[in-house]
Design a protein around this ligand. Structure first.
Ligand code: GAL
Length: 674
């Protein structure tokens, strides 16, 4: 995102927070469109995403064009005062593409073709796909570039395709040649002396296709990089076309949270608007914290600026094995949670529930039962309420704490052959995030090579790959006063996937004042002991699955494994502190440790005390308090405030109903005397 480009502000200007959803009128006869427009107005809808899956309607047979229906949709939306986020239809090619141009069809790692009949059947490296998608996008954008209904552009949908075909292999080799110039360098980087994998001609180099046994991890790591880059190249090709033909309108594509195949850090600077699709699993007890973590990732990808929740559901999805509906109040709570964490757009999949096709059982803003339903009444009430909050658009959220996350490290860490598959990058991020969230501490996500000066506490729950330059930077940041926390299996590999030699984590050994020599996964739990400054045991906690043989080299030992080897260390280093946690502590122990990290970093939550299940975050000058629990709670705070939603004055606290939200404008100065 660049400052001189149009952005989300271009769309929110004059509209406030954006509210709406995916609108697929092509699934309905035209008289329903009229009803849609009228209902949208009543629900305060001000933005709809149109055309995501309309390639087959726009180009019913190769080269044919039918834009007339879309003309009418855009006119209708414009007349209703609903802005359009117009999508390029390239996520779902019509059957004719695969039929006439079979090389557009993706091939999986076993060499099987994935056919049309669903969606997403395209190979990112296919020249035929590129030519045909560019043709339809060009005509679409030329036609609607200046249409007054079109407020922004939406490229494709949820980029994530991977293809192992011969054309992809060619492109992979091309990408590798740029990276390594010569085969010698490639052989060196991939460590091909292992198992006799030496390549003597470029033509021998392939994607990591299905093989008899474990495939070279460095080859797979480069393949993951290539796949993300290849998709990005496709996104950029469409984007550049739109920029040329429709300058002045911002462009986005929708992310999928912590979606492993795509490195969103490298994508984010290429987008004018960061947008995300978020479908929580309500059967997961930690889903509210996961939502917060994912929203924080989006805000961080947007460089702290507002972002957009492009898709969420009003109720149940239909693609999990067992799909829980949302209780009353949940859609509002989830949407306001995203606003609290920096979202300026709150959109849903989809406006009207489909009567046919693969998503017949997916909830929508207008259910099949029609507008006279509890579900639609909630949607309408929420849309109108968001309207009242228009001033919030554009305000920002600040964080003192960062969690380090790097897609390349994630790819490298979760290789098939490793000490334990019970270590999970995203679960460890969530483990460390959770206690901070519980205490109302706002967290950003940061790439390890990003600027860390805004933060006082930086946590690397599992940073398997760390470059020497980043390790030096982290070390100097601690020396200058930062507080760093490093979790297990961090600092183990270089960016090629070669493990560092010597005691681990080699590049962070000095700053941690501790080092290890062996990973020792365990089955189930181990009992660890807290130690005081004199080394006495001060209680116990459980940890699971993972232990290490480490020794303190200047650090104090905060906790030990059975057998008295260090499990957690703390090292005063320069003006800062570096912690090393060599296991997966249980939630209570991580909460205890978090309190100590926060004390070292002098970081505190936005409220002194938060009842279980309550989230608190400050956006702009407003304090948002959200009750994710099923019971009424009282949330204490000091002094006077006004609840922006109700206009009610409050003193010393607020009561929140189940799934209730308060947005507080606190009054400066000491509390008034009673
Ligand atoms: C998203 C997708 C939408 C719809 C939705 C259903 O992944 O972008 O088109 O399929 O899921 O939950």
């Amino acid at each position: 995102m660049s400052a001189d480009r149009p952005g989300l502000h271009t769309v929110t200007q004059g509209r406030g927070l954006l509210f709406g959803g995916d609108y697929n009128p092509e699934q309905w006869p035209e008289h329903v469109w009229e009803e849609d427009a009228a209902l949208m107005r009543k629900a305060g809808v001000n933005l709809v995403t149109v055309g995501v899956f309309s390639w087959g309607r726009l180009e019913p047979s190769p080269g044919e064009r039918d834009f007339a229906w879309l003309d009418r949709v855009l006119e209708l939306m414009h007349g209703a005062g609903v802005a359009v986020d117009l999508a390029t239809p390239t996520a779902s090619p019509p059957p004719w593409l695969g039929h006439h141009f079979p090389r557009t069809l993706p091939v999986n790692e076993a060499g099987n073709t994935l056919w049309y009949g669903a969606r997403n059947q395209w190979c990112p490296s296919s020249r035929d796909y590129h030519a045909r998608s560019t043709a339809i996008v060009t005509d679409l954008v030329e036609r609607y570039a200046d249409h007054p209904a079109v407020a922004m552009w939406h490229v494709g949908n949820e980029f994530g395709q991977v293809c192992y075909c011969d054309e992809a292999a060619e492109e992979f080799r091309f990408w590798l040649r740029q990276r390594y110039t010569g085969l010698d360098a490639l052989n060196e980087a991939w460590g091909t002396t292992f198992w006799s994998q030496h390549y003597s001609e470029w033509e021998q180099v392939l994607p990591p296709r299905l093989a008899p046994y474990i495939v070279n991890p460095s080859q797979k790591l480069d393949w993951a990089r290539f796949c993300s880059d290849e998709l990005l190249a496709h996104y950029k090709a469409e984007r550049d076309l739109i920029r040329e033909l429709s300058p002045g309108k911002p462009i986005t594509t929708n992310y999928m949270g912590f979606f492993k195949p795509v490195d969103y850090w490298s994508w984010a600077p290429e987008q004018d608007i960061i947008s995300n699709d978020w479908y929580p699993d309500l059967s997961d007890p930690r889903f509210p914290a996961r939502a917060a973590l994912t929203h924080d990732l989006m805000r961080s990808l947007a460089g702290g600026k507002p972002w957009m929740l492009m898709e969420q559901s009003t109720g149940a999805v239909n693609w999990r094995p067992h799909n829980l509906p949302k209780p009353a109040g949940q859609l509002r709570l989830e949407s306001l949670q995203a606003v609290a964490r920096g979202a300026d757009g709150l959109c849903y999949f989809q406006w009207r529930q489909s009567a046919f096709g693969a998503e017949r059982f997916h909830s929508a803003m207008v259910p099949l039962a029609g507008p006279d339903t509890e579900a639609h009444a909630e949607v309408r009430a929420h849309g109108l309420e968001l309207h009242e909050l228009h001033d919030i658009a554009g305000t920002e959220v600040r964080a003192d704490v960062a969690l380090l996350h790097d897609w390349h490290s994630w790819w490298a860490a979760e290789e098939r052959a490793r000490p334990s598959d019970r270590l999970s990058v995203v679960e460890q991020l969530t483990d460390y995030y959770h206690p901070l969230w519980r205490r109302g501490v706002t967290v950003d996500l940061a790439h390890p090579s990003s600027e860390l000066s805004p933060y006082r506490l930086v946590i690397a729950p599992q940073l398997f790959v760390i470059s020497d330059a980043d390790a030096v930077k982290l070390t100097e940041w601690v020396r200058a006063g930062g507080v760093l926390v490093v979790g297990p299996f961090s600092g183990i590999s270089d960016p090629r996937g070669h493990l560092h030699t010597g005691r681990f984590p080699a590049p962070l050994r000095d700053v941690l004042g501790a080092s290890g020599e062996a990973w020792r996964p365990v089955d189930g739990e181990v009992e660890c002991a807290w130690r005081d400054e004199t080394g006495f045991k001060q209680g116990f906690f459980t940890a699971r699955d993972w232990t290490e043989t480490i020794r303190a080299e200047g650090a104090e030992v905060v906790a030990t494994f059975p057998g008295d080897g260090p499990a957690v260390t703390r090292h005063a280093f320069g003006a800062g502190v570096a912690w090393y946690v060599a296991t997966l502590p249980d939630a209570a122990a991580l909460a205890e440790l978090t309190a100590r990290f926060m004390a070292d970093a002098q970081v505190s939550g936005v409220l002194a005390e938060l009842p279980e299940g309550v989230e608190a975050v400050r956006r702009g000058d407003l304090l948002w308090v959200l009750n994710h629990g099923d019971g009424t709670v009282s949330v204490p705070f000091e002094g006077d405030a006004v609840d922006v939603l109700t206009g009610s004055p409050l003193r010393d606290g607020v009561d929140l109903a189940p799934r209730g939200v308060a947005i507080l404008r606190q009054h400066a100065g000491p509390p008034a005397t009673r």
